[in-house]
Each structure stands twice: as C-alpha cells, then as structure tokens.
Design a protein around this ligand. Structure first.
Ligand code: 2PH
Ligand code: PAB
Length: 272
C-alpha cells in the first residue's frame, strides 16, 4: 500500500508544524523562517515521511476564526519555506479550497481536509484538478451515539464517494480523533472507542492515518491539562492505533512517535 508515493509497508510519521499562533499546542507553532525550516529539517532527520503544515487551528474548543487572506498568506509562506528545506511530501491542513489551491501552487503535494471534502464544495474539484492525494477525516452530524466506529466508517464512506466522483483515488482515511464531540458519550470515551476498534476501518481499503498527538482526550484520561505534558499518553495511544492498523501517524514529536510505532509494529508481527 502507498500514499502520495510513500510506501506504507512500515508505518510512517507525518510531522506537524503549525504556523497558526492560536493552535492548541504552542510547542507546535513556528513563526519565523529560520525556525520553520530548521524544524522541518530536524523532523525529516528524525524519520518523518511527510510534513503537515497548518495555517489555521481547527481545535473545536478554541476561538480559531481568522480571515481567509491571512490563512492563505501563512500557508503559502510556510509551504515555500518547507519545500525549500526538505524533500518529503508536504501536506496542507485546511478546510478551504482556496487555501488548498494556493498552497498546491506554492508546492504542497497533499491536501489534508479535516472535513473530508464535505466542508468546502470546491475542495474535491481542487484535489482533482491538481491530481493531489488527500487525507480525508470523518466528518458529519453524529446520529448513532452508541457505535462511534460505525459512525466514523459511515462518514468516511460518504467522503470516499465524493472523492471517487471526482476521480481522486490516492486517499488516506482518518477517524478525526478529537473532532467528533457528541453530547454523549463524553468525547474521550468516543475517541477511545474509535482507537480500540480502528481495525474496522481497514474495510474501507485505504491507508489509515491518525492524529492523536497531545490531544484533549489524552488530557482527560491522564488529568494533564497542559498539552506540553501529554507526550507519554500520546505514545501509549499511538502504539495501540498502530497495533490496530494505523499506517501513518500525524504527530508533533517525530522521534518519540517513530520509536513507539516501531516497537508496536514489531510486537504486532508476533500476534497470533
Ligand atoms: N488529518 C488530520 N488533520 C488534523 C488532525 C487530525 O487528527 N487528522 N488534528 C489536528 C489537530 O492538531 P494540530 O496540532 O494541528 O492542532 P490545531 O488544529 O490547534 O492547529 C489538525 N489536523
Ligand atoms: N484540531 C484539533 C485540535 C485539538 C483537538 C483536541 O485536543 O482534541 C482536536 C482537534
């Protein structure tokens, strides 16, 4: 299995760099050129197979609105700096087709859309026009509260239909950890149920990507309010996700995450 030209026979890390000061984990934010380029280089040296750039936070519990022009400005700047610094595929984390298009023109390789082609009606068209691979997250209004992984699969099937209709085939599916927050069950239980049953997403026939890194469900389980204290909890959940079939892990801490997935993958080989 491959995604964006990268062989997924072994699980891979997608390093996250945000150029959005409002992002929930301040340690992920870079706003000067030197620090941005150095971080991308370091992440690739540490083993990242992809770099994901976010120019606007999508945290559902934060005030994240910024003007579209500002997101475009940040995205285009960051994509150019990172593409000049490293050779791995670069994704642009955006829900806006305009931002995606400008980022692709600036050299981005992949669209990472947390609304799974459902937020901006032009997004699938842009992916198609630029032949861009896409990460599609589960997105929609939750109706079935009792079976989180079934809901995630249904949402992803809808996204895959949109992708197919536009001839976008190079797709990774993502269960959108931290994004789906029904009133019940509490979101940390929802996210845990999804990760515990992540293997069921394999039936979609696409590589599974997860974003777990330092998220609020880790904080809720461990009592760690500050995202800077959530690395150990993140690595624990990452290992489980890899055992359950995740092939790409989107993370802020490349070195530690790669070690965790190598160990999980190695142990998983002996599972009977
Ligand atoms: N495909 C995918 N994309 C994502 C995911 C995720 O789980 N999957 N999580 C995010 C949250 O992390 P980030 O550090 O970017 O936080 P921010 O939204 O506050 O910038 C942002 N983008
Ligand atoms: N964009 C996101 C950022 C953070 C979280 C989370 O902490 O659960 C979820 C989504």
């Amino acid at each position: 299995m491959k995604f964006a030209g990268v062989n997924l026979d072994e699980p891979r890390v997608m390093g996250v760099i945000n150029v959005s000061p409002e992002s929930f984990y301040k340690g992920s934010v870079r706003n000067d050129e030197k620090a941005l380029a150095e971080t991308a280089v370091r992440m690739v040296e540490e083993g990242a197979s992809f770099i994901d750039i976010g120019a606007k936070s999508t945290a559902p519990y934060l005030e994240t609105q910024i003007p579209l022009e500002e997101e475009i400005r940040r995205a285009v700047w960051a994509v150019k700096v990172v593409k000049d610094a490293v050779d791995v595929p670069v994704s642009i984390d955006t829900t806006s087709a305009k931002v995606a298009e400008e980022a692709l023109k600036a050299g981005a390789d992949i669209i990472n859309d947390v609304t799974g082609f459902k937020g901006d009606p032009e997004m699938a068209k842009v992916a198609s026009e630029y032949s861009a691979p896409a990460v599609l997250c589960a997105h929609g209004n939750v109706r079935n509260f009792s079976d989180p992984v079934r809901t995630v699969i249904e949402f992803l099937e809808e996204s895959l239909t949109i992708a197919e209709e536009h001839g976008v085939e190079d797709v990774a599916v993502d269960p959108a950890i931290g994004f789906l927050r029904p009133e019940w069950p509490p979101w940390y239980e929802w996210d845990s149920k999804v990760i515990a049953n992540l293997n069921l997403l394999k039936l979609l026939g696409k590589p599974i990507l997860v974003g777990i890194s330092r998220k609020s469900f880790i904080g809720a389980i461990t009592g760690r309010k500050d995202p800077s204290e959530r690395l150990a909890g993140s690595l624990s959940a990452t290992a489980i996700a890899v055992l359950k079939g995740a092939r790409i892990v989107r993370a802020h801490d490349v070195r530690e995450t790669l070690d965790a997935i190598k160990v999980a993958e190695f142990i998983g080989r002996f599972s009977t």
